[in-house]
Every structure is written in structure tokens, then in C-alpha cells.
Design a protein around this ligand. Structure first.
Ligand code: PGA
Length: 264
């Protein structure tokens, strides 16, 4: 984490949750005291599409923002089951995850698909959280940096900037498994991602763009992961379903950021 880039904690509920869960989650977050540290963090919750409006109703009071988990690249049309970026914006989202590995794998989304979705998000006024990450085999073969930087370069629109884009590095083998890469491995990949962004978007965008880590982030490992200079936040799956865990994660990130900011 770097004091110049406010941290982001984004919770991805995936295909989990009910309206009752949204109510309980929002209430318990509201019951916590929002100290000044937490206000420095950007907290995003990405529920399944049907729960977004209910979440948005509660979000403004609870000081988090709401994001989608995916969007179509078109604004509207005959795409049964899909949701457009404009629709997400219309119901109150400020961001959307694109290119999550679960979508890349289950729906054959490739980098060019992800790029179109990220462009649609930008056009609709949403921040795209562009996910990248290697498989276990690719890691074993020493291909991580090459795979991930290629995904970054091919998935991010030409016109993308640090304002409308974040990157989430999520090793596929770390998602939902309780395994995480070694700290120096995360540092190395994030540094390579920032380098790739510098090459394609220039040094200033690279310096400001937020690069999140995702894959088995929990309240007890978040501080160690976020202590890495080039890690600007976390994309959290399982632990975002519990308001207590999610709250601890956000609080730990905020404390770390406040400490860093005091040092400069
Ligand atoms: P996890 O999921 O935190 O449950 O590992 C992360 C993700 O898929 O974004």
C-alpha cells in the first residue's frame, strides 16, 4: 500500500445472498462506527444483480458503494439473461467487475471480450475492476508474469485511466482455496502489472492506478498482503459474505493506510 493511493476493499458476493442477508449486512455495517480512517477507504460491495437496488438503498447511509459482478459489452438488445453497464449505472452502481476468472472459464471470456466490457463500463460512467490471474499449471511452469501482464495489456481499453479502471490480480488457484502466493510473489506480480500499465498508459497513470489482490483474503492475512507497496486493496469473495469479516478487513486496511499517511 502506498499513501498516495487510497485503498479499495471490494466484496464479491458471487451467486450468494438473499434480500434478508442484504438487510442484516447493511444494518450491522451501520451499527459500526465510521471513524475518519475508514472514510479514507473505498468500500465496494458487489452483490448479485437482483439484490443491487436493495443494496443501493442502504449503501448511502452505510458509506459503501455498490458494484456489479459483470456487464454486457452492448448498451441494450437481444441478450437474454445479460445486464448492461448502463443498467448497473441506472440503478446506482459506481463500478463493475469484468473478466473474473469464473467468467473467463465458464463463459469462455477472452481478453478481447473483457476489453469490450471494460469499455462499456467506462462509457456508462462506471469504474471497471479488470481481473487477471494465472492457473496453477501456468504458475508451475513459471509463466505467471507473462500471462498476467498479457491479460492486463489486452483486457484494458486504450482510453482507460486510473479514474475509470482498477486491476485485480487473482491467482485462479488461490480463489476459494485458502491458499495464497508468497508475499514476495504477490509483490513481484503487482510490480510487473504496474510496469505493464506504465508501458501502455504512461508513468502517471501507472503510479495512480489501483491494483488489488484477490484470492483467499481474510481478516487475518489482509494486513500482511496490503503491506506490499504495490497492493492497493483487496477483492474479497468468501469473507465478504460475513459482515463481521468484511468489516474487520476494511478496518485493518484503513488502519494500515492511516499509519502510512502519518509517516509521510
Ligand atoms: P475468495 O474469492 O476471496 O473467496 O478466494 C475471491 C474472488 O473470487 O474474487
Amino acid at each position: 500500500m502506498n499513501h498516495k493511493r487510497p485503498p479499495v476493499i471490494a466484496g464479491n458476493w458471487k451467486m450468494n445472498g438473499t434480500s434478508e442477508m442484504v438487510r442484516q449486512f447493511s444494518e450491522s455495517i451501520l451499527n459500526n462506527v465510521w471513524d475518519e480512517n475508514l472514510k479514507q477507504c473505498e468500500i465496494i460491495v458487489c452483490p448479485p444483480a437482483p439484490l443491487i437496488p436493495l443494496f443501493c438503498e442502504n449503501a448511502s447511509q452505510a458509506a459503501f458503494v455498490v458494484g456489479g459482478q459483470d456487464c454486457h459489452s452492448s448498451e441494450s438488445g437481444a441478450y437474454t439473461g445479460d445486464v448492461s453497464a448502463l443498467m448497473l449505472k441506472d440503478v446506482g452502481c459506481n463500478s463493475v467487475i469484468v473478466g473474473h476468472s469464473e467468467r473467463r472459464i465458464s463463459y469462455n471470456e477472452i481478453n478481447s471480450t473483457v476489453k469490450l466490457k471494460a469499455s462499456a463500463a467506462k462509457k456508462a460512467g462506471l469504474t471497471a475492476i479488470v481481473c487477471v490471474g494465472e492457473t496453477q499449471d501456468q504458475k508451475n511452469d513459471g509463466e505467471t508474469v507473462e500471462i498476467v501482464t498479457t491479460q492486463v495489456l489486452e483486457s484494458i481499453p486504450e482510453s482507460a485511466s486510473d479514474i475509470d479502471t482498477m486491476i485485480a490480480y487473482e491467482p485462479i488457484w488461490a480463489i476459494g482455496t485458502g491458499k495464497i502466493p508468497k508475499i514476495n510473489e504477490i509483490a513481484n506480480v503487482h510490480n510487473a502489472i504496474r510496469g505493464a500499465v506504465a508501458k501502455s498508459k504512461g508513468a502517471e497513470v501507472a503510479e495512480r492506478i489501483r491494483i488489488l489482490y484477490g484470492g483467499s483474503v481474510k481478516p487475518d492475512n489482509v494486513a500482511e498482503i496490503l503491506s506490499i507497496d504495490d497492493v492497493d486493496g483487496a477483492l474479497v469473495g468468501g469473507a465478504s459474505l460475513s459482515s463481521n469479516d468484511f468489516w474487520s478487513l476494511c478496518t485493518n486496511a484503513a488502519k494500515l493506510f492511516a499509519m502510512l499517511s502519518r509517516k509521510v
